[in-house]
Design a protein around this ligand. Structure first.
Ligand SMILES: Nc1ncnc2c1ncn2[C@@H]1O[C@H](COP(=O)(O)OP(=O)(O)OP(=O)(O)O)[C@@H](O)[C@H]1O
Ligand SMILES: [Mg+2]
Length: 251
């Protein structure tokens, strides 16, 4: 039985899509059969972050409505064959998706994949509800700035029903020059959000560049991707010290 992990945030633009794409590719590169599910209805861009722009002709709404099967709706990654993408619909009402059907889709995903990462839209709306309704675990992505931290705290509060050990925090865009101050902020983030830290991802200009070039980050980068790889290893149960990310940051 596979594990479904929803990737959420309160504030927009904290790095959910970059995280989902990079960690899904890490898991696939490790040999795990993985699904990247885009739940950001109408604004989808997980395909770009995976280097699979416009490769999908069908999306999860086609599966929910019974127009096609899960296996027919997914697009297999051309290079990382263990990874499939299930796209979000480009149109449609956010709240027009049936929660019970989504939960059944979740069951089918668990039967067919070892891991599924769900890229949620920002905030606590219907897309968030869909993504977290099918999830076994949730990762809240935040940056270290105060507004993102406050929104992360609200998000964690909305997810209190998840049992201990199933709710995690990732602090993204950590900068070397702010490291000293940020260590306090990261501790603050864990305290404030009340969720254990799954990992820290450094600020890295290759993250936006990868999308611009239409290639996955892991095909062009070592720094941020190494942090995503560490997180993927932790997801599979390996013990990887969080602080190992710091020496990997670009000078
Ligand atoms: N570690 C990083 N270093 C540098 N830039 C980053 C990093 N992570 C994300 N970014 C950049 O921040 C921007 C937002 O990232 P991304 O699209 O992944 O966020 P998001 O949370 O999915 O946004 P939205 O809420 O709009 O869906 C992008 O331009 C991305 O390239
Ligand atoms: Mg996004």
């Amino acid at each position: 039985m596979g594990t479904i992990i929803a990737v959420v945030s309160g504030k927009g633009g904290t790095g959910k899509t970059s995280f989902t794409a990079s960690v899904a590719l890490s898991l696939a590169a490790m040999g795990h059969r993985t699904l990247a599910l885009d739940c950001d209805i109408t604004l989808r861009n997980l395909d770009m972050a995976l280097g699979l722009s416009d490769s999908s002709t069908m999306d999860f709404s086609d599966v929910l409505s019974g127009r096609c099967r899960l296996s027919e709706a997914v697009a297999q990654h051309r290079r990382y064959r263990q990874l499939d993408l299930l796209a979000a619909p480009l149109s449609g009402h956010n709240d027009g998706f049936d929660m019970n059907r989504m939960v059944s889709l979740g069951r089918e995903i668990r039967e067919n994949y070892e891991y599924c990462l769900v890229d949620a839209p920002a905030g606590l709306g219907h897309g968030f509800a869909l993504a977290t309704a099918i999830a076994d675990r949730v990762v809240v992505i935040t940056t270290a700035d105060p507004t993102a931290l406050r929104d992360a705290q609200r998000t964690v509060s909305a997810l209190r029903h998840f049992p201990n050990g199933k709710l995690h925090l990732v602090v993204n865009r950590v900068q070397l020059k702010m490291l000293k101050a940020l260590r306090t902020n990261i501790d603050d983030a864990i305290d404030a959000a009340g969720a254990p830290l799954l990992g820290v991802v450094p600020e890295d200009s290759d993250v936006p560049l990868a999308i611009g070039r239409g290639v996955p980050l892991r095909d062009m980068n070592y720094f941020a991707q190494r942090a995503y790889d560490n997180i993927a290893r932790r997801i599979t149960g390996e013990r990887v010290p969080v602080m190992k990310v710091y020496p990997l940051m670009k000078p």
